[in-house]
Write a protein that binds this ligand. Structure first.
Ligand SMILES: CCCCC/C=C/C(=O)SCCNC(=O)CCNC(=O)[C@H](O)C(C)(C)COP(=O)(O)OP(=O)(O)OC[C@H]1O[C@@H](n2cnc3c(N)ncnc32)[C@H](O)[C@@H]1OP(=O)(O)O
Length: 396
């Protein structure tokens, strides 16, 4: 094994442990019941297995791995299957969870499984009564808050604890929110972030969830998803406004070129660290940025990762206007409320006149950027950079 492979193994495992939510999918709990007859607690065990399938709330990957391991130990005894390969993160995490149980007796594993399920069912009963969760469920978004008021649909990234990094689920949620907003009664649509960040870009743990087809399949799926995601911005039919409440990174910056207006707090910064991450530009920025700020300034951002302050970004034309943070929300929303009262059809038509000549070009640019990124994601440069972040060694 080379030093690089050794480092990769260590880091993959570290990332799996640090980010268990990315590791294992809920259907993995649909376990098969072994035909082996068991003693007294077999009925409890089977009941517990059925209860797991009925859980309303995903218990999280750490718990799912524990359940998986206890089930295997209870039905098959100690782990004796070969250790899965380095890139097979899901099966490796499952193997590790099972293997760590060592020689735990089957009966004990069965009892532990039943106890664990019982604790989950009681906690899910009490948490289902909590109002905020119920609201989120009704709205259908886990990491967005979408509201419509005064003719404005506001889509707020709501993962402040992770600086609004966009997880795979969030990409889908944002696409859904944009598609819904494009058809609702509102006249303008706003994207903003909750907390101190606007968005810290792609969630770097997205790539720890490797499917059975390996990194190639992951890269292919990610490229398809990215193409759809950016396509939603290109095709968005109404005025789309970014309210950049704090720092923006990666795809949180590149997509700004597809917005009609960008308002920023003076606390916001704009950073596209693609070089550091072994990546290449997306969000049509390879086309929009040189057009907006000229090729030289765009290259400094997109190739060398120069971070801009809000005022610099405004001077380059990426940002429409900068406001002192203390008055940012008040000023911006007052202005947006006034804009939202303008005749909606005129606003739509004006947007189309401004944007439509570019649409075809933008879709072609998007497709090409995704094609290139698909290759990049499989490169050593990119894997190393992501692993560095996951092992907390690098702050960009
Ligand atoms: C599939 C489609 C792909 C589309 C292509 C998109 C490309 C991009 O967007 S490239 C840009 C990717 N983003 C980054 O490289 C940013 C990485 N994050 C950071 O460098 C820093 O976290 C920071 C500068 C954004 C903030 O630093 P700091 O104020 O010191 O806060 P923490 O680092 O402690 O962050 C708090 C918490 O949030 C997690 N987190 C932040 N950003 C991300 C991210 N992009 N992905 C995953 N997780 C992120 C961070 O790990 C911390 O989590 P805990 O350690 O669990 O508290």
């Amino acid at each position: 094994m080379t030093e690089f492979s050794r480092r990769l193994v260590r880091r993959c495992w570290l990332s799996a442990v640090q980010n268990p939510l990315q590791v294992i999918s809920f259907p993995a709990l649909q376990l098969h019941v072994s035909g082996t007859a068991m003693r007294a607690s077999q009925e409890d065990f089977e009941n517990a297995m059925n209860q797991v399938k009925l859980l309303k709330k995903d218990p999280g990957n750490e718990v799912k791995l524990k359940l998986y391991a206890l089930y295997k130990q209870a039905t098959e005894g100690p782990c004796s299957i070969p250790k899965p390969g380095v890139f097979d993160l899901t099966n490796k995490a499952k193997w590790d969870a099972w293997n760590v149980l060592g020689n735990l007796p089957k009966e004990t594993a069965r009892q532990n499984y039943v106890d664990l399920v019982s604790s989950l069912t009681s906690s899910s009963k009490s948490s289902s009564q909590a109002k905020p969760g119920a609201d989120r469920e009704r709205q259908g978004y886990e990491n967005l808050v979408v509201t419509s008021e005064d003719g404005i649909t506001k889509i707020m990234l709501n993962r402040p604890i992770k600086k609004n990094a966009i997880s795979t689920q969030m990409y889908h949620e944002i696409m859904l929110a944009l598609k819904t907003a494009s058809k609702d009664d509102s006249t303008i649509t706003v994207l903003t972030g909750n907390g101190d960040y606007y968005c810290s870009g792609n969630d770097l743990t997205n790539f720890t969830d490797i499917p059975a087809g390996g990194v190639e399949e992951k890269a292919k799926n990610s490229a398809l998803m990215l193409r759809d995601f950016v396509g939603c911005f290109i095709d968005f039919p109404k005025p789309l406004i970014a309210v950049v409440n704090g720092p923006a990174v990666g795809i949180g910056v590149t997509t700004l070129g597809l917005f009609d207006v960008v308002y920023a707090s003076d606390k916001a910064t704009f950073h596209t660290p693609f070089g550091h991450l072994g990546l290449s530009p997306e969000g049509c920025s390879s086309y929009t940025f040189p057009k907006i700020m000229g090729p030289a300034k765009a290259a400094e951002m997109l190739i060398f990762g120069k971070k801009l302050t809000a005022r610099e970004a405004c001077a380059q034309g990426l940002v429409t206007e900068v406001f002192p943070d203390s008055i940012f929300q008040k000023e911006v929303w007052t202005r947006l409320k006034a804009y939202s009262k303008l005749p909606p059809n005129a606003m739509r038509v004006s947007k189309q006149v401004i944007r439509n000549t570019e649409k075809e070009k933008l879709h072609a640019v998007n497709a090409e950027e995704c094609r290139v990124l698909r290759e990049r994601w499989m490169s050593d440069e990119c894997i190393n950079a992501a692993m560095n972040f996951l092992s907390r060694r690098a702050k960009l």
